[in-house]
Design a protein around this ligand. Structure first.
Ligand code: GDP
Ligand code: IMO
Ligand code: MG
Length: 416
């Protein structure tokens, strides 16, 4: 029986997962998303065309690959349908788990209201309703995609939910939907999505039994994981490799090679600790060179240096076999490049991720920069100092960097 290979983000998201999934998807039979929702924004550049995918797996650009949205995902029908509109005929190659949870417009309103109430202490969410949708799932008051198959029954359940929580919705400023309008909306979703709703767990099991090639596409990043990230400044799902099991109905033995995606520097969007953030000119230069503005919200991303301590933590948690080092070209032209090799926490040198990263100050090691790596497709053609940088990172995190990316384009990828 085959095993499913896995792609996970090793930093705070936006590492370039979309590009690598798309690159590998050319040889896949199935690409499966297992967590998150339309908070994710995976950019794929093919020639002159740029695709921003939020919920549809990045395998969609390979016409032969089938795409699965697993039970671990929270799915907003209205946003999903908008995304589907970009592509011709997805019949027979797009499957949605009947157990994935529905993210409905009221979840986004609650998300935004809660962030507003938090004021300066806000998480800086995408405002898409991710926390409230996962919250309802865990509180066992959520609704699943399977329920969309009976819009009348689902309408009644949602109306009951509103009447049971009337006061709470009132405080949040979320109006109770009108029954007929809600029914009409759910019927519209049903018409478009029902043909795609199946038991995706059985589908993945069968694909493995048939020795199909399967790639599991993570969203967000390890440091945003609900358990292992910088809580409470995290997302609400399991973003690490174990989430691929629960989010699709696999067991750990079903997993094959784990490729972790990391930028050659580091970014974060939203609030929360980021020890190697650069507040000066170099941070600004990284943002400009790397076009570091969110795919989903357009917010400027906070920029800084590669954090080897957080990376070791991510490698261990995810069981990473190889790292894909992305956006090396963004460091082109820097005289010096820094790497965070340890933290200073209240005067003590710390080489692991502490309980609270808020108090961690970076301890840097400096490397000599290089002129140009952009568009290089062969490791031997990289400048010597760039090779030294990569080899030093490999040594620090104890993992091979088997893929190196030197531009957004599919082909500008070094495979070692
Ligand atoms: P994801 O969420 O992990 O899929 O990453 P995003 O798509 O949100 O952000 C990564 C951005 O970097 C996208 O705009 C990609 O097109 C771009 N990108 C990916 N790889 C490279 C690279 O090697 N060099 C440069 N300059 N840009 C890249
Ligand atoms: P991809 O898949 C970067 C961040 C938000 C915020 C926190 C919580 O493109 O890498 P949420 O809306 O999930 O409740 O927000 O998580 N966040 C991401 N940051 N990339 C993402 O996805 C993200 N998804 C959520 O900015 O800090
Ligand atoms: Mg992204």
């Amino acid at each position: 029986m085959n095993r499913a290979d896995l792609i996970v983000g090793l930093q705070w998201g936006d590492e370039g997962k979309g590009k690598i999934v798309d690159h590998l998807a050319q040889k896949q039979d199935f690409v499966c998303r297992f967590a998150g929702g339309h908070n994710a924004g995976h950019t794929i550049v093919v020639g002159e065309s740029v695709y921003a995918l939020h919920l549809i797996p990045s395998g969609v650009l390979n016409p032969k690959a089938k795409n699965i949205v697993g039970n671990g995902v929270v799915l907003s029908p209205v946003d999903f349908i908008k995304e589907m509109d970009q592509f011709d005929n997805l019949d027979g190659r797009l499957f949605l788990s009947d157990k994935a949870h529905l993210l409905l417009p009221y979840h986004a309103l609650i998300d935004q209201a809660r962030e507003k109430m938090k004021g300066e202490k806000a998480i800086g969410t995408t405002g898409k309703g991710i926390g409230p949708a996962y919250g309802d799932k865990v509180a066992r008051v959520g609704h699943r995609m399977g329920e969309l198959l009976d819009p009348v029954k689902l309408t009644n359940k949602i109306m009951d939910h509103f009447s049971q929580n009337e006061k709470l919705f009132e405080v949040m400023g979320v109006a109770t939907p009108k029954q007929e309008e809600l029914l009409a909306e759910l019927e519209d979703y049903n018409k478009i999505l029902a043909p795609h709703i199946v038991d995706t767990t059985l589908l993945v099991w069968k694909a493995l039994e048939d020795n199909k090639k399967i790639l599991l596409e993570g969203a967000q990043g390890t440091m945003l994981d609900i358990d292992h990230g910088t809580y409470p400044f995290v997302t609400s799902s399991t973003t690490v490799s174990s989430g691929a099991c629960s989010g699709l109905g696999l067991n750990p033995k079903d997993l094959g090679e784990v490729t972790g995606i990391a930028k050659a520097y580091c970014t974060r969007v939203g609030n929360g600790p980021f020890p190697s953030e650069d507040f000066g000119e170099e941070g600004e230069r990284l943002r400009k060179n790397g076009h570091e503005f969110g795919t989903t919200t357009g917010r400027p991303r906070r920029c800084g240096w590669f954090d080897a301590v957080a990376m070791k933590h991510a490698v261990r948690i995810n069981g990473v076999d190889q790292i894909a080092l992305m956006k090396l070209d963004v460091l082109d032209g820097f005289e010096e490049v820094k790497v965070c090799v340890a933290y200073n926490v209240n005067g003590q040198r710390v080489e692991h991720v502490p309980y609270d990263l808020e108090d961690a100050q970076p301890i840097y090691k400096t490397f000599k920069g290089w002129d140009k790596t952009e568009g290089v497709r062969n490791f031997d053609e990289l400048p010597e100092t760039a090779k030294e940088y990569i080899e030093a990172l490999e040594e620090m995190v104890g993992t091979k960097m088997g893929i190196i990316s030197t531009s957004p384009q599919r082909e500008d990828t070094i495979i070692r």
